[in-house]
Design a protein around this ligand. Structure first.
Ligand SMILES: CC(C)(COP(=O)(O)OP(=O)(O)OC[C@H]1O[C@@H](n2cnc3c(N)ncnc32)[C@H](O)[C@@H]1OP(=O)(O)O)[C@@H](O)C(=O)NCCC(=O)NCCS
Length: 162
């Protein structure tokens, strides 16, 4: 059921966001372990990894807070990269959204859209001309969300068990 849009604040993540980030990342890790168990297993993330992500100069992490709380209820991890210097490839700077998750009880309130907006603006400011990301087969929520935001399939990864 829809509720009123929350008073949201999106800001750069900081070290103190670790407890909230840990539980948000666990939500998406558990989801991936459910829908792609051959690839993912639920495992506790560690704080040093959080610090490494925050310190990566090619990346940006944004969190969303529902005012007046300052606890993050959504997070997006984005990175910039250039396509390889290869004569058969068009040189292109891309933003890559590595992770996006909104706390289950806060979904469908516009938080994911706002986090994506912030990471796209950041990528554009770094010179990126597009944003790419991966969704796993079976993640219908994510498919519906990204389609609504205008994202389209760029390539498909096929696999067969052998
Ligand atoms: C995907 C996800 C980030 C969306 O976050 P959200 O805050 O709920 O998204 P928004 O409220 O901004 O949704 C924007 C629009 O996307 C569409 N949408 C979002 N979730 C949807 C769903 N479950 N079913 C159908 N449409 C959906 C709607 O059109 C929505 O607008 P509306 O509510 O006005 O109709 C959230 O569902 C999530 O965290 N999922 C688990 C983690 C995940 O799959 N992450 C992405 C892959 S790594």
């Amino acid at each position: 059921m829809k509720t009123d849009p929350p008073a949201l604040r999106v800001r750069r993540a900081r070290r103190q966001d670790w407890p909230a980030a840990r539980s948000l990342l666990a939500e998406v890790d558990d989801l991936h372990a459910r829908i792609a168990p051959d690839y993912f297993r639920p495992a506790a993330r560690v704080e040093s990894e959080w610090h490494r992500l925050l310190d990566d100069a090619t990346g940006a992490i944004f969190v969303a807070e529902v005012m007046p709380s300052d606890r993050a209820v959504g997070i997006v991890v984005a990175r910039i990269y250039d396509t390889p210097d290869n004569p058969t490839m068009v040189r292109r700077r891309r933003g890559h959204v590595e992770t996006l998750v909104v706390a289950a009880e806060q979904r469908r309130r516009g938080i994911g859209r706002q986090l994506m907006g912030e990471s796209v603006a950041w990528a554009r400011a770094q010179g990126a001309v597009e944003v790419v990301l991966t969704t796993w087969a079976g993640n219908r929520e994510a498919d519906a969300f990204y389609e609504k935001l205008g994202y389209r399939i760029l390539s498909r990864v096929l696999h067969a068990d052998i």
